[in-house]
Design a protein around this ligand. Structure first.
Ligand code: NAD
Length: 343
């Protein structure tokens, strides 16, 4: 059994305790430290030990590992301190504020022999696994265009997420998830990127962005996060050489249409569209397409905490590899540069 102490018992820290780790057999949360008294009170009410200081938690020999779930700018210092005091580390995303910070942390992981693993939980999202299966199994041929979006209408939530010094903004928030999913799925180097950051809400950090990635294997991805979208676009829209797929939302409502090869290009019937006629945009005939079901898909890799246990205890391969985390951070740095953000 691995005993975990949570550093930062806020929204995500308490979610790990109450939801994610509760279901695990080999990992258990035994304590927490937070700089806010009300969060410590909540942790106590939720049945775990609380500590008066970080040092007190790190000195506790019954704690094997810590979960870092604090604002982004504090991850580096906390991770280094925890590993130097003999604890393994699970760190919330974004792992760090920069590649340089991550490299410092990975050096300490190497020196101390302690595991450092980042919680890229959205690799286990069902919508992502369905698209990844479509990409790998080619039910509608090779996917050549992938559009991945999350749209909200509540602006940037909370306090520290509005501040640059704490690593706020949407590229470092939801952007990390969407980019991690794309890079985990498309196994090809990136050839070209462009990025447009949105500042419509007047914050000092981006309230959304649209990035285009072109991979060397020809796949193009549009990655978009919006927080001012009162009407959402679909979570995923993908085009394959033989069809198109949509997953509308996290409820997994979807549509998958495959071309049958029966398009009669010479006898297309035009439709009236607005004030004109068009064959190009006429819907395909019934014989030309068939509707498929998106097969339900389970992850072909272990659960996050089961894997963390195996990495620490049995020295198995992590599902979330630090070089993958590093690649996402490097991409984010490139996107900030490309968008012309001035430090
Ligand atoms: P939050 O503001 O709800 O919670 C952060 C907590 O950390 C607060 O209770 C705060 O008092 C505490 N804290 C701040 N500095 C501290 C310190 N030095 N030592 C101890 N406690 C400290 O924020 P959140 O939404 O829970 O986000 C925390 C982290 O989790 C961020 O890195 C965020 O990106 C990540 N996160 C990940 C997901 C995911 O799906 N993987 C979702 C939400 C948040």
């Amino acid at each position: 059994m691995l005993n975990i102490g949570i550093i930062g018992y806020g929204g995500m820290g308490s979610y790990h305790h109450q939801q994610l780790i509760k279901e695990e057999d080999q990992v258990s949360v035994t304590g927490a430290f937070d700089i806010k008294v009300d969060r410590l009170d909540l942790a106590r009410r939720n049945g775990i030990k609380t500590y008066h200081s970080l040092d007190e938690l790190l000195r506790d020999d019954t704690i094997d590992a810590v979960l870092i779930a604090t604002p982004n700018d504090s991850h580096k210092e906390l991770a280094i301190k925890a590993m130097e005091q003999g604890k393994h580390v699970v760190c919330e995303k974004p792992a760090m504020m920069s590649v340089k910070e991550l490299d410092e942390v990975l050096d300490v992981s190497k020196e101390t022999g302690k595991t450092f693993m980042v919680h890229q939980n959205r690799r286990w999202d069902s919508d992502f696994l369905m698209i990844r299966d479509l990409y790998n199994q080619k039910q509608v041929g090779d996917l050549f265009q992938i559009e991945t979006r999350v749209h909200g209408a509540n602006g940037i939530p909370g306090d520290w997420r509005h501040m640059k010094v704490h690593g706020g903004g949407m590229l470092l928030d939801w952007g990390v998830h969407l980019l991690d999913q794309i890079l985990f799925m498309v196994n090809s180097p990136i050839k070209e990127v462009s990025c447009d950051l949105s500042y419509v809400l007047g914050d000092e950090v981006d309230d959304g962005f649209i990035a285009y990635l072109t991979f060397e294997n020809g796949v193009r991805a549009l990655v978009e996060v919006g927080t001012t979208n009162f009407i959402k676009l679909p979570r995923w829209y993908v085009k394959g050489l033989e069809g198109t797929g949509v997953i509308y939302d996290w409820d997994l409502s979807n549509k998958l249409v495959k071309q049958t090869g029966a398009i009669d290009h010479h006898n297309l019937v035009p439709i009236k569209a607005g004030q004109g006629l068009t064959k190009t945009m006429a819907p395909p005939s019934e014989e030309a397409v068939t509707e498929l079901d998106f097969p339900p898909v389970a992850a072909d890799f272990p659960n996050f905490y089961a894997n963390f246990y195996d990495v620490v205890v049995n020295h198995q391969e992590p599902v979330v590899k630090n070089e993958e985390v590093r690649r996402v951070l490097a991409l984010i740095e490139t996107l900030f540069d490309e968008a012309g953000q001035i430090d």
